[in-house]
Design a protein around this ligand. Structure first.
Ligand SMILES: [Fe+2]
Ligand SMILES: [Fe+2]
Length: 185
């Protein structure tokens, strides 16, 4: 599941359009699962979906896919302290609204964000390839991040391949920090 250098370069170029915006950097201050920040979780999901798209020949639009994945939890608060008991159900709609407001995402991206928690959101079913990839990648990464809780590993979700030479290089380029640890989100 390694990305080729050309695939990595495409991923980094697409991701930077989002991650370099100051408002996006605020996701580094919110915890998602275990010791993983929302920023890091969103990168995991984006890279996992990007790889699945290539390896499974899903043929989703890469720009749309990376945008939807990076913004799928863009609700801009820490759900541990500010979310209500139905956060899991409500946050896709909030994230979609904020993605529209701050990044002017098109309808297909907003729709993918809004359906990423399916089947929890029973009637909001993924409606296109991007949405299905996002929903699958989010669950894969959430499980892995939760299992890694407290272990402070340098490697990330096995499915994304963080911690291994290829994809880690891509993430380093996006984040410009170069290290996998809590401080760097
Ligand atoms: Fe989410
Ligand atoms: Fe998520």
């Amino acid at each position: 599941m390694k990305l080729s250098p050309a695939e990595q370069a495409r991923f980094v170029a697409l991701a930077k359009n989002i991650t370099e915006r100051p408002v996006y950097q605020t996701l580094k201050s919110f915890t998602q699962h275990g010791s993983v920040t929302t920023y890091r979780h969103s990168l995991h999901v984006a890279l996992c979906a990007f790889r699945l798209n290539i390896r499974l020949h899903v043929r989703a639009d890469e720009r749309e896919l990376v945008e939807a994945c990076l913004l799928h939890d863009f609700y801009l608060y820490d759900w541990h302290t500010k979310g209500d008991k139905l956060h899991g159900y409500h946050h896709p709609k909030i994230a979609a609204e904020r993605a529209r407001r701050y990044f002017a995402v098109p309808d297909r991206v907003a729709s993918a964000i809004q359906t990423h928690m399916w089947p929890l959101t029973l009637f909001h079913v993924p409606r296109n390839r991007t949405a299905w990839l996002l929903a699958a990648a989010d669950k894969i990464c959430a499980v892995q991040e939760t299992l890694d809780r407290g272990r402070n590993r340098r490697s990330g979700p096995f499915f994304t391949g963080f911690g291994r030479p290829g994809p880690l290089g891509a993430v380093k380029s996006v984040e410009n920090d170069g290290k996998w640890n809590r401080k760097n989100g």
